[in-house]
Design a protein around this ligand. Structure first.
Ligand SMILES: NC(=O)c1ccc[n+]([C@@H]2O[C@H](COP(=O)([O-])OP(=O)(O)OC[C@H]3O[C@@H](n4cnc5c(N)ncnc54)[C@H](O)[C@@H]3O)[C@@H](O)[C@H]2O)c1
Length: 344
């Protein structure tokens, strides 16, 4: 109730809501370190059953497009709301002025259910997704890795490359690969000033697969995957972290992995029923959040081949939405909009 009273001092709950544009969200000043910490907290809360989060349901208005409804409630954080997130890969060709991934959050008062804020979540998604990869890398990768690979040089590729040194501080070389040369050039131009490691444009999937100790991937998810990375290119000791399901690696890679983790077992079982894993889901060792919680060991030997497949969870968005909302109220950022236009 103390938290609610604090909100009521700044916002008339039930009569108005706070509208935050993407720029407002960024202007709250939430830091990358806060985002990584909150993301880890959310993954642990989910996997230790301290959060309510049903598997996301979706619509698919265009081929290979998705729109996901993602509600979550984290009681300990008093954070409650829903993200409505979309990925339309063909926006790049059909609507060049629009990005493929676009998301909004309705952030709710967990005491009354009323909306407190409507905020852009496109940037939140952009940064919390690599934060999940970072949490996975923290517990599953060889932390002294000197090489990192990135498949896909779009929004996610860039955000991953900018953030990865937070958990892999000894990186010397980052290999990036994309089917579009221009995307690789743009990533290098935008990211090189922010990272210490040298970013190298790879010439093939094979070069990245064979050169990197830790590899992340963020390419479009196709309803039926056509993996490009061959099983024999992948070796013991590597850590492969995907936020694009099984889009990149042949099924044999998952079969030979010593450990396979997912962010939400329920979520991935549901995706399997949608046909995203035509060769079946590999044996799940644990949820990534359970490893972060210390309930299951992470990497125990530098020789293990580890794959972590994280599709994104609403708990991550909603825990960050609370911090953004708190900062916005404190710093008087955003636009207050009326909720009702007459007293009922
Ligand atoms: N797991 C999550 O929480 C989460 C969150 C956001 C996005 N995603 C997923 O990440 C992926 C990328 O999202 P984005 O916003 O960066 O999209 P984007 O369109 O900005 O970037 C995708 C990049 O992949 C490249 N690409 C396309 N096909 C490729 C291929 N076969 N091999 C290599 N590169 C290829 C494109 O040229 C583009 O540069 C999508 O599948 C999206 O659904 C996952």
């Amino acid at each position: 109730m103390i938290y609610r009273e604090k909100i009521k001092g700044k916002l008339a709950i039930g009569q108005e809501l706070l509208y935050l544009s993407m720029q407002d969200v960024i202007d709250t000043g939430i830091t990358v370190d806060e985002i990584i910490d909150l993301t880890e907290k959310a993954m642990i809360a989910y996997s230790t059953k301290k959060a309510e989060m049903p598997a996301k349901i979706g619509l698919h208005p265009q081929p290979d497009s998705l729109m996901h409804a993602m509600p979550a409630y984290l009681p300990e954080e008093m954070a409650c709301g829903i993200k409505w997130g979309s990925n339309f890969p063909t926006n790049r060709e059909r609507f060049p002025e629009l990005t493929p991934t676009n998301c909004q959050i309705i952030y709710n008062d967990h005491e009354s259910g009323l909306p407190l804020a409507f905020l852009d979540a496109t940037w939140i998604t952009e940064v919390r997704t690599p934060a999940v990869t970072l949490v996975a890398a923290k517990y599953l990768a060889n932390r002294d890795a000197t090489t990192f690979g990135m498949f896909g040089c779009g929004i996610q590729g860039k955000a991953h490359v900018k953030m990865i040194e937070h958990v892999l501080p000894k990186l010397e070389t980052i290999y990036v690969f994309d089917v579009f040369e221009k995307a690789m050039d743009a990533l290098i131009e935008q990211c090189q000033p922010h990272v210490n490691a040298k970013i190298v444009k790879a010439s093939s999937y094979e070069q990245v697969a064979k050169s990197c100790e830790v590899i992340a991937s963020a390419i479009p998810i196709h309803h039926h995957p056509h993996p490009m990375v061959k099983t024999e290119w992948i070796s013991k000791g590597q850590t492969l972290i995907t936020c694009d399901c099984h889009s990149v690696y042949e099924d044999g890679v998952y079969k030979k992995a010593d450990i396979y983790t997912v962010d939400s077992e329920e979520q991935h079982r549901l995706l399997e029923t949608y046909g995203y894993y035509p060769w079946g889901l590999p044996t799940i060792y644990a949820e990534t959040g359970l490893v972060a919680a210390g309930d299951k060991p992470g990497r125990t030997s530098s020789e293990q081949l580890i794959v972590s497949n994280n599709v994104g969870m609403a708990v991550e968005d909603i825990i960050i939405a609370r911090k953004v909302f708190d900062h916005a109220l404190e710093r008087e950022i955003g636009l207050k909009l009326p909720l009702w236009n007459k007293t009922r």
